[in-house]
Every structure is written in C-alpha cells, then in structure tokens.
Design a protein. Structure first.
Length: 433
C-alpha cells in the first residue's frame, strides 16, 4: 500500500508551504529517516524525512506553493505497482505560484504530476491557492468544478461559475446537506418536489436507485392486496355506506396570519387575492395531507377501489353552496388554488371539503361524493379560551370533522390522517415553502 508524502504543518500559523527542493530523484529507493525534500515557508526552511522505506514517486514539482496537507508524492512499497509519472518527469521544472497561477500559467511538469495523483485515487486536485481558498469558504466540492486553466487547473473564476450554477438550483436545505455528505453533484439530480425542487427522496433515490425502483412495486402490491379485500367487503355490504366521523379542534392563529400575508402578496402581484380565505388555506392543508395518506383519497366505482395519487379536491363554500374543483391540488400553492377557485371549474373529485367559515355553523357532518372514501367539514372560526402558562388566553379556532367510509378506510388510517392534518394546520408555512 502506498504511503502519501504530504506538506507538513511546521508552525501554528502555517497554511501553505513551498516545495523548495526534492533531495531525491523520481523512482529513487529511500529508507526511513532519509531526507527526501525541503519545505520553505516565510520563516524557516526544513528538510523532511521519509516516514518509511520505499520508492519515491513525485506528484508536485519543486517550486510549487501548496496548502498544508496537500499530497506531494507517493512512497511505494517494494514490488507494489504504483502509477508512475509521465516520461521526463524525473527532473520536474519549477512552476509559477501566487498571482501567476491564477492567470492560468502552469508548467508541463505540474500537469504531468497531476495525472498520477488522480490515478492513485487520492483527493489531490490541481487548483490555484485562491481557488482552493474560495471553495473552502463556500463549502464547495472541487471535484465537481470544471477547470478552464492551463493543463486542467481550476481557477478562481471556475469556482465562481460553479457557485453561480448551484445558486439557481431549487433544493431543500436537508437535501443539500445529504447530497454534500454523500459527495453527490446536485446538478445531476432530478427534483420531484413542487416546481422541480430537489427533495430528500431525490437524493436517496440517487444513492440507492435499486431500492427506489423496488419500493413503488412493493407498495403497489400491498395496496392492491388491501384493495382486493375491501372490494369484497363493499360487494357484501350491498352498497350501504357506514360513515364514521372523527372531530378535532384546530388552532387557526397561524393560518389567519398566513391568510393576511398572502392577501397582501396577492394584491401586490394582482393575483386572485379576493378568493383567499381560511377555507382555501385548509384546502391546501388537506390536499398536502391527502398526498401522504392516499387511503382517504380513494374512489370506489365499477366494482373497483382506486386509491388516487392525484388529489382532485372539491371545495364547497357555505352558505352560498358554490363548488370549485381544485385539480391536482397537492402540487399547487395558495395563489394557484385561488385562481382555480375563481375559475369555478366543474368535474369529478376524489375528496370534498365543505367550508362553513363564512357562516355561523361551528360543526357539521361532512359530505362524501359518490363512491368517495372520505370528506371534511370545516366549521366557522370562533374565539375560544385556552390555558397558557397558568392563565387564560383567547385564540381563534375551528372544528374540523372527518367523515369516512369504514369499508374503505380503517380507523387507524383515519386517525393518522387527522393527526397529520391538525399538525400541518398548526404550522402552514411548512406547506408553502
């Protein structure tokens, strides 16, 4: 196994050092303790001894200024096959440093020395000191930077160009961290989030594509088996609809604040701000929650139970009784849903949300469309007293009631949906961004 010869740290403040002189030739056999090269700093010049016996293979020519820890050469063991430098590299010439490097000037010997470093699988990359410093400041992986300098050297401008590309990629903070830890180039990832944003699942899919392909197949098989059982139950029930209900109280304080902000934003950009209300915000909350709980976004018809992937949400506003179909609601933001509501399109839905926020009805039984597995009813907002740190405080709250067909939805699935719905309504900003 090869031993790496690195630039040593000769002082607490030392960040870079110059390979002043190689004391041995390329391919020379050395013994542990032999002096093999000199390091020059702005304060001292030291000779560095060989850490073991072996054959010297030079990667960085004398005259180069590099950072502490940079691999300068390899020390191969006797009989080990180590990638050798190109012909003529046994007496490497001095290469310019500092500002001259940033202009792209690099000696042929330096370019030849870079090839063995890459072939040996080390992390050493040919780059100017200023490029390395900028990449370290930006926490940017130099392996993903395209070099434009002479002989494949990365320049400061290359790092800036790479950062400019990355800044235009939509990616969640968690996905960015996971990709960085795994050494993935986010430019190669395809986003599945809203608007093509890269999310955690996209990174995990890139790291383990086989598992990502197997997961949908396994989920589809399990879903198909559950659907077959429920279809038999539906047939035996003779079409009766045993609907059960679950109710919860939702603190609408955060939703009310979001509503005010979105109304101002919609008015500023001349969007459908007038269509925004608490009912529409809860439609967004319900659609995003349904996407994660497809058992409640199901429709039974023609002898088959189908769990829909896309949420076709019918928003029914009381007391006016007006209906609006919010198509593919799980993929849209508030202003896009407001535009759909204004258009008042009709069509078949997979779920119905009945909003009584404009009335005095505080609690109601949800409406289920023909063959639908579930539906929601949102009561009028009221001020309620809650205990906070030993004292009473007033908060805006709404009662939300879930109605579900127990032949298609289990009690556990209904309860899990309601827990997720209330949690999302408590912090609706997580659904906006």
């Amino acid at each position: 196994m090869s031993t790496e010869l690195t630039m040593p740290k000769l002082g607490l403040t030392m960040k870079t050092g110059k390979v002043a002189r190689w004391l041995v030739a390329e391919g020379a056999c050395v013994h542990q303790g032999d002096e093999i090269f000199e390091v020059e700093t702005d304060k001292i010049t030291n000779k560095v001894e060989s850490p073991a016996d072996g054959v010297v293979h030079i990667l960085v020519p004398q005259g180069e200024v590099v950072e502490v820890g940079t691999v300068l050469g390899l020390l191969g063991e006797a009989g080990e096959a180590v990638a050798a430098p190109a012909q003529g590299a046994s007496a490497p010439a001095a290469a310019p440093s500092g500002d001259a490097e940033e202009e792209g000037a690099a000696s042929p010997a330096a370019a030849q020395a870079a090839a063995p470093a890459q072939a040996s699988g080390t992390s050493w990359i040919l780059a100017t000191p200023r490029a390395r410093a900028l990449a370290r400041f930006l926490e940017l992986d130099l392996r993903h930077v395209t070099p434009t300098g002479a002989n494949g050297r990365i320049r400061e401008a290359d790092v800036v160009a790479r950062q400019d590309v990355l800044s235009r990629i939509a990616i969640t903070p968690l996905a960015r961290v996971l990709a960085s830890q795994a050494g993935l180039d986010i430019c190669t990832l395809t986003g599945s989030g809203e608007g093509g944003k890269i999310v955690r699942a996209d990174v995990e899919r890139a790291l383990n594509p086989e598992a990502a392909q197997a997961a949908p197949a396994a989920a589809a098989a399990a879903e198909s088996a559950a659907a077959d059982v429920r279809e038999l139950v539906l047939e035996e029930a003779g079409g009766a609809s045993p609907v059960r209900t679950l109710s919860a109280t939702v603190d609408m304080t955060a939703c009310q604040q979001l509503l005010g902000d979105m109304k101002r934003l919609g008015a500023q950009y001349k969007k459908a701000a007038a269509e925004l209300d608490l009912g529409l915000i809860m439609a967004l909350v319900a659609a995003r929650t349904l996407a994660a709980h497809p058992a409640l976004n199901a429709v039974y018809g023609n002898g088959r139970l189908v769990r829909e992937r896309s949420v076709q949400l019918a928003l029914r506003t009381m007391p006016a009784g007006s209906d609006a179909l919010l198509a593919d609601a799980q993929d849209k933001g508030l202003l896009a849903l407001a535009a759909d509501r204004k258009a008042a399109r009709a069509g078949s839905s997979t779920f119905v949300l009945t909003s009584f926020t404009g009335s005095r009805v505080e609690r109601a039984t949800p409406s289920l469309g023909a063959g639908q597995a579930a539906g929601l009813a949102l009561g009028a907002p009221v001020q309620r007293a809650v205990s906070c740190n030993g004292s009473l405080a007033l908060t805006l709250a709404c009662d939300v009631t879930l109605g579900y067909d127990a032949r298609m939805v289990t009690d556990a699935e209904a309860c899990a949906f309601m827990d997720a719905l209330v949690a999302a309504a408590d912090n609706p900003l997580l659904l906006v961004f």
